[in-house]
Ligand binder design. Structure first.
Ligand SMILES: Nc1nc2c(ncn2[C@@H]2O[C@H](COP(=O)(O)OP(=O)(O)OP(=O)(O)O)[C@@H](O)[C@H]2O)c(=O)[nH]1
Ligand SMILES: O=C(O)[C@H](O)COP(=O)(O)O
Length: 227
């Protein structure tokens, strides 16, 4: 299965968080989350090709340092245009193409493998969607029989992708994943992600550290109970 990770330029990323995080923090956050997704994908067993499509020069370097290919997004067709271009560049994969958004602080290789197994059970054609906690966005999408399924990211894309699959007569399913549902888009997500990251190791701590620098963040409590 090929995997595409779209990454917007860090200067424009996470605009919905501009009321709670300044530009420098949003940039650090976008970089840390995208890097964390790539680190996890690099650990997936028997992946196909992994491709980052991005308008962010720094992201090209990060991908390269992890041995991951990247494609420059010319910035013309928005997210859906960039994904179509990336898919064309990769060419078909018998067992499908996955798109993983880069703003998933709790994205894990093992959960991706679980989703891939659920997707494979649909057969030679199908669509599997892991949505956000509101059931609105498409955080991870797997499609087999690509070319027949358009990229419809944007408002309520989970519904749009599901309807497109239904229209094509293709088997489709939602993949319920607590961790894939936790994207970081809005100020309300910040508190949820900050709390959830408290109990996690590794990459999630980088995200928590960045969020702890925001104005009004609760003080960190040490293991001895002191701030
Ligand atoms: N290559 C590419 N990736 C994009 C583009 N727009 C969004 N993305 C990526 O697609 C995923 C979902 O992005 P959005 O939620 O639309 O954007 P965001 O920067 O995370 O947040 P907002 O600015 O608040 O909308 C993230 O991985 C983004 O980096 C684009 O035009 N080109
Ligand atoms: O469905 C989408 O368009 C992507 O998941 C991004 O949407 P969101 O960032 O609003 O969840």
């Amino acid at each position: 299965m090929h995997v595409i990770v779209p990454v917007k330029s860090f200067a424009h990323a996470k605009s919905r968080l501009s009321t709670v995080l300044d530009g420098a923090l949003r940039r650090r956050l976008a970089r840390a989350m995208a890097r964390s997704v790539l680190v996890e994908l690099a650990q997936v067993r028997a992946p196909g090709r992994i491709l980052v499509v991005t308008s962010e020069p720094e992201m090209v370097e990060i991908a390269q340092s992890l041995g991951i290919e990247s494609l420059r997004d010319g910035g013309v067709g928005g997210l859906n245009g960039a994904l179509a271009e990336a898919e064309g560049w990769l060419g078909p994969a018998d067992d499908g193409i996955a798109v993983v958004c880069a703003d998933l602080p709790f994205f894990r290789a093992a959960e991706f493998e679980r989703m891939r197994a659920a997707h494979a059970a649909l057969g030679p054609t199908g669509v599997t969607i892991a949505s956000d906690h509101a059931g609105a966005g498409t955080n991870v999408r797997m499609v087999t029989g690509a070319g027949r399924f358009p990229y419809l990211y944007g408002a309520r894309s989970a519904r749009a992708h599901t309807l497109a699959a239904r229209k094509a007569g293709a088997p489709h399913q939602l993949f319920a994943s607590e961790t894939f549902a936790l994207d970081l888009d809005t100020p309300a997500d910040v508190a949820r992600v900050f709390q959830t990251a408290a109990g996690q190791a590794g990459q999630a701590q980088a995200v928590r550290t960045i969020l702890s620098s925001r104005p009004g963040a609760p003080p960190e409590i040490s293991s001895h109970g002191k701030a």
